[in-house]
Ligand binder design. Sequence first.
Ligand SMILES: C[S@@+](CC[C@H](N)C(=O)[O-])C[C@H]1O[C@@H](n2cnc3c(N)ncnc32)[C@H](O)[C@@H]1O
Length: 310
Amino acid sequence: MVTPITGCWIDGTFGAGGYSRALLQNGACQVIAIDKDPTTKVFLHSIQNEYGDMIKFYNQSYADMEKNDDIAGRDDICGVVLDLGVSSMHLDNPLRGFSFRESGPLDMRMGDQPGPTAFEIINLCSETTLADLIFFYGQERKARKIANRIVKERKKRKINTTLELAEIVRAIVSKNSNKDPATRTFQAIRIAVNNELRDLSKALIFAERIVKKGGIIAIVTFHSLEDKMVKDFGKLMSGNASTTNRYSPPSSKTYPSLIPVNKKPVVAAIDEIDRNKRARSAKLRVFTKVSNGPSRVLEKIEFPEVDLGI
Ligand SMILES: C[S@@+](CC[C@H](N)C(=O)[O-])C[C@H]1O[C@@H](n2cnc3c(N)ncnc32)[C@H](O)[C@@H]1O
């Protein structure tokens, strides 16, 4: 059973503030809200009008939580929530470059980091890098063909817009479900632009250290790469992970630091999916911290890493 919400929580993906508001409405005394995207700050004011300085906002990456003076060194953090990925504000504004439905510049940066942008990746990365990236981050079987076509097209002229990229992919991947054929390729490029897997790895490791005994870590993922990382992390921290390689020495005995609240991830009910289509791919995993220290010191969670080479 999950303990009631109390004390100080970190909402690492503030977005439009829905989770922060819900935490305050349900018993949190303080919320430290973080978002990489500075434009999300507009949603802070209405929450502040109601809750005053019970909410604080920081425009930073959740990967850098440990550098936040309001968080570092605290021993009273009761929970960390991460609702990963892009928001509808990103998808619905073609100028941000995430949409394959409407034309926009190939950008895809969630924050105001200098780059690389999607344009730079698509127009400058080698064919092999593009193929690896689309294969590993997009889990797209036709990655090599797509990369080859991108390189052929960009020899004729620069690929400038989201629709140009989407058309290249649609010429190769046939539509066989209710997903646009460009979905996986766009996911791959977005993950690369925003360093999403590296950031998630850092955030999970830090969240496990900062949350106090009895506290909660709740993560909502939207694709299987993220979900696998969260699941593997939970296994390692619950002391249940088997050795990754049968030739490696057995791991030393570890004590659980996190235990999963649910055996299986929580998924959205049909009526929620009717209201919000994005929820159909959402998976929620919740862990409770059961010790004062980590079960093992993790430097990094394994994930496929593609060097952009640009
Ligand atoms: C799915 S939305 C969150 C929606 C939010 N839970 C709500 O109730 O409105 C994800 C948010 O996380 C932010 N984000 C993505 N990666 C981030 C990172 N590394 N650090 C901080 N924020 C990030 C995005 O800018 C976006 O606003």
